[in-house]
Design a binder for this molecule. Structure first.
Ligand code: C2E
Ligand code: CA
Ligand code: CA
Length: 408
């Protein structure tokens, strides 16, 4: 790896500085500057004509610690990349990583002490990888309310679907509709770039209608093809308070000949709920008709115990931030177990979102959670890709031994 600008390594232990410098040199990084305290490091950074290529930062330091140093980097609008190095303090590491990301600093997976050449190489590769025009990294274009409204009204929104599978059997039990905007010139635009605009602009109802209509049509198509998939749509409490969703959904499903138990509504609380009565009224009616109601992002702050107390849900979705990595993190496991237990005690089916890798999947098998959803199983896809994916999934279940082994 050749770098044109210097790398700054900041660590209070001289031995660790030597190790890191040596390892960086082995990777071809020859211009390495070592410092042992934050204040001198900042002074050095400020004195450079060009920003450093990278800062390798030990987060546990006496005096100015890593968290504070990251804040100083952000204040200086540091454009180089950041590689965190830590000992055992998991909490501090997570907090620093979150902070760095919140400041939009470019970071790689942190290095654990003692650092290994392989881990360092992987981190450097990660930082050097050409940025895919990935959704999150892409320069985000700001759309105006008018543009979003036009997109909704002119049929530019499409539903993609992400499968939900039963953990015990691998059976595909449903699919969540996730809306995308097929922009005429910008390509596929993700919901975080237009849902908040539709909400703030007061026309989220229009979007929900379009999504719901397409979802019912899709459920019907799948049923006709013999695929018994429960199709879920996303609705916020706000939305529910003002949209006559219940009437519409009931009418739409009747019209389309889709039994309501094949439709599911995932509900989040986007802001403080103004009218509980109107929401409650609609939810009870939907439940009576056998629509499935799901509390989304449970535990994330948008979904709370108050909602569980007041509203008739039959599914609880544990927020993805508690699933991914739970097998490696005792705090996440504790929160996951408590949410699962709560859902079960209240007689709900429990879904784990955010299953990103094999470790997450194996963890779920142990917990006995009912349903799983996440990138490990499948990324959201256009409806037309579902049949093909189903075949792949069948094959993977056996080839990769994804099902729980029977204990005799
Ligand atoms: P959500 O309801 O929590 O949906 C799940 C989001 O997590 C989706 O992002 C999905 O692509 C992503 N995801 C799925 N598996 C994984 C995983 O393993 N790891 C990670 N990191 N992420 C995963 P997407 O499609 O960008 O949607 C974001 C949010 O936008 C949704 O969060 C939902 O709140 C909202 N949204 C999407 N479609 C609609 C809609 O039709 N109406 C409304 N009101 N909101 C929608
Ligand atoms: Ca959802
Ligand atoms: Ca969710």
């Amino acid at each position: 790896m050749t770098l044109s600008r210097p790398i700054l390594v900041l660590d209070d232990e001289p031995f660790m500085l030597d190790v890191l410098q040596h390892m960086l040199e082995q990777e071809g990084c020859t211009d390495v500057v070592c410092m042992s305290d934050g204040t001198s490091a900042l002074a050095w950074l400020d004195a450079q004509a060009q920003p450093a290529q990278m800062v390798v930062l030990d987060i546990n330091m006496p005096g100015m610690d890593g968290v504070e140093f990251v804040r100083h980097l952000a204040e200086r609008k540091f454009t180089g990349s950041l590689l965190l190095v830590s000992g055992e303090d998991e909490l501090l590491l997570q907090a620093t990583e979150k902070l760095a990301r919140a400041y939009e600093l470019e970071t790689a997976t942190p290095l654990r002490k003692p650092p290994t050449p392989d881990a360092l190489r992987a981190a450097l590769a990660q930082l050097q990888a050409p940025k895919t025009p990935g959704r999150r990294q892409a320069k985000r274009k700001q759309y105006s309310p008018d543009e979003v409204l036009t997109a909704i009204q002119s049929g530019q929104l499409v539903n993609w679907y992400q499968p939900k599978v039963a953990v015990k059997t691998g059976e595909v039990v449903g699919a969540e509709a996730l809306v995308r905007w097929q922009h005429p010139t910008d390509g596929l635009v993700f919901p975080d770039q237009f849902i908040p605009i539709a909400e703030a602009g007061g026309f989220i109802n229009e979007l929900t209608r379009v999504v719901a209509r397409a979802a019912v049509a899709q459920a019907r198509e799948w049923l006709a093809a013999g695929l018994k998939l429960r199709v879920a749509i996303n609705v916020s409490m706000d939305d529910l308070a003002t949209l006559a969703l219940a009437d519409r959904m009931i009418a739409k499903t009747e019209e389309g000949g889709v039994p309501p138990q094949f439709m599911q509504i995932e509900i989040t609380e986007s802001r403080l709920m103004k009218s509980v009565t109107s929401v409650l009224d609609q939810l009870i009616r939907l439940r009576l008709k056998r629509f499935r109601l799901s509390i989304d992002d449970f535990g994330s702050g948008h979904s709370s115990l108050v909602q569980l107390r007041d509203l008739p849900f039959d599914e609880l979705k544990i927020d993805r931030s508690f699933t991914h990595n739970a097998s490696h993190d005792a705090r996440l496991r504790a929160i996951f177990a408590a949410s699962l237990n709560l859902g079960r005690t209240l007689g709900m089916e429990v879904v784990a979102e955010g299953v990103e890798d094999r470790d997450d999947w194996d963890f779920l098998i142990e917990t006995g959670v009912n349903i799983a959803q996440g990138y490990f199983i499948a990324r959201p896809m256009p409806a037309a890709a579902m049949q093909g994916w189903l075949h792949e999934w069948e094959a993977r279940l056996w080839q990769d031994g994804l099902l729980p082994t029977e204990t005799h």
